[in-house]
Design a protein. Sequence first.
Lengths: 387, 251
Amino acid sequence: MPAAVVPERDLRLDLFRGLALWLIFLDHIPSNVVSWITIRNYGFSDATEIFVFISGYTAAFVYGRAMLDRGFALASARILKRAWQIYIAHIFLFAIYMAEIAYVTRSFDNPLYVEEMKVLDFLKQPDVTIIQALLLKFKPVNMDVLPLYIVLLLWFPPILWLMLRRADLALGVSVLVYGAMWWFRWNLPAYPSGVWYFNPLAWQLLFVLGAWCALGGAKRVRGWIRSPVALWAAGVYLVLALAIVLTWYFPRLAPLIPHWLAEVIYPIDKTNLDPLRILHFLALAILTVHFVPIGWPGLKSAIFRPAILCGQHSLEVFCLGVFLSFAAHFVFTEISNRVVVQVLVSLVGIVLMIAAATLAAWYKRVERRGSDSPPPGSRAGLAGGEA
Amino acid sequence: MKSIVAGLIGLAMCAGPSTAAQDSNPCGLAESAVGAVFPMPRAAKAIEQTGQLTVLVVGAGSSALPGPDGAARAYPARLQVALAGKWPAVKVKVITDVKPRRTAADMLTGLGAVLSAVKPSVVVWQTGTNDAVAGVDPDAFNAALDRGVTRAHAAGADLVLMNTQYSPRTETMIAVGVYGDIMRSVALHREVSLFDRFSVMKTWSELGIFDLRSAANKLDTAQRVHDCIGRLLADLLAEAISRRAGDTNKN
């Protein structure tokens, strides 16, 4: 049985992951006027789908090669090491988050929000809170992506092993887990109650689908993806989704949606990665692949360089983005939330993300030049497939 | 918009509306921002047959205000004043079942008893905040809302859902979005009206009508916010009650 072919790297992945990181940053700033430009306002799916799919794609690309070259044990060890790095990054962000909210709420005594202030009760028992955070059960708002990613990586070695042998079977297992999750309503528990905001048993499907595409799946369905039927179906679906989303922003339009349709589609569940969201992402992907072909010369142009750089250092840039979104909220509540400030803060944040990515790229380059034999894993780092 | 709504009310109500108090628009908000409106046949019938409108507000902490005159200044009392102004000939009564820290499931537990004691024709159900604070399972929240609607309808009352407040300072701490989405979806599913308090307050904040970012203890702002919520809620109820079934697309 010939092993799956690991293809050449595709700059589009870095570009769109970089863009997704910017959109996630903008979306994570609460009440940010600039977040009106992000795709979540125009359809069912948002930047998270793009990020998870591309991360699955690049993880298969990087660790697939490692597993072929160096074997299952070493590739698995690298994946687990990556999961550990992400865990550390998550806990670091949690510490910053605690500091921010402790400050923002110290003088908070507004009679309108007596009820909302109860959320701060967890500050009264830091022991429990910190332990629950270390267990990834207590996850502050907007800090759900990294824990999801950790679980996805933990689940990845056996899936990748299977995928390198029987790609379709691995995808089938993933679909089966997704189906079982919907049927049995499985999810991981959260603290103080409830479940994970991003259900790993649901979101693994996009991650594994990305991996499947990376390891030859995309090639096999290429003809179908490029057919006019698929393009039209994707276009029509995106327009319909836009029409439905408009009724969310103009509530008076809501009754225009036929009752039976509302019955079928709502709620469009982000936690369990609603099939409508997957379809929306796939429709976007089909059109993107059509309009931005792989060898498109524009990909090498300077305009896209910043986004590509960010996409290639996604863990660093993602973490910085989470921190910057806290900082932006701090500016809005403590200093000003005028529209001009919101725009400025958003722009400065993206510039800082680009600067961090540039720095990381520079460091990697210099490190590499310094030593004759690159340390193991540097290739993976360059590909940016680890985050 | 106001005159159209007033006209509609006039068509449905023999009593006829009074628009005197609505000349200026202190709440500075288009009615279209207030939420989704579905007809309220039970309330319309109660007004027609008995000349009475009994509204039950079931809610948690954000349906109340602190202070000695908190009860009179909070939105349920303001709602009663605004409704009475709209329909001088109707005997309007607003009764509250408001206790802090309750989730939707908590409120559902006592709902049956309150319904049979009060016998309202409209239930305003303010919920979502404590569910978001506790991170209640969204499926469980959805199910609780659904049961609440069924119970209110079974008791002969129409229902309005009211979602969470817009609270800029706690935005990075409470994920209200999921719960708001579920409330919107339940409202559509069950064809009950939704008073979109979150969007209303957010618009006020963006337009600078109320300063909601302030950390300080400004009771007068809180009171004016509640007064406006009461007025807008009265507008929504009036419009919903004046609509006939199947009339949902009229604006």
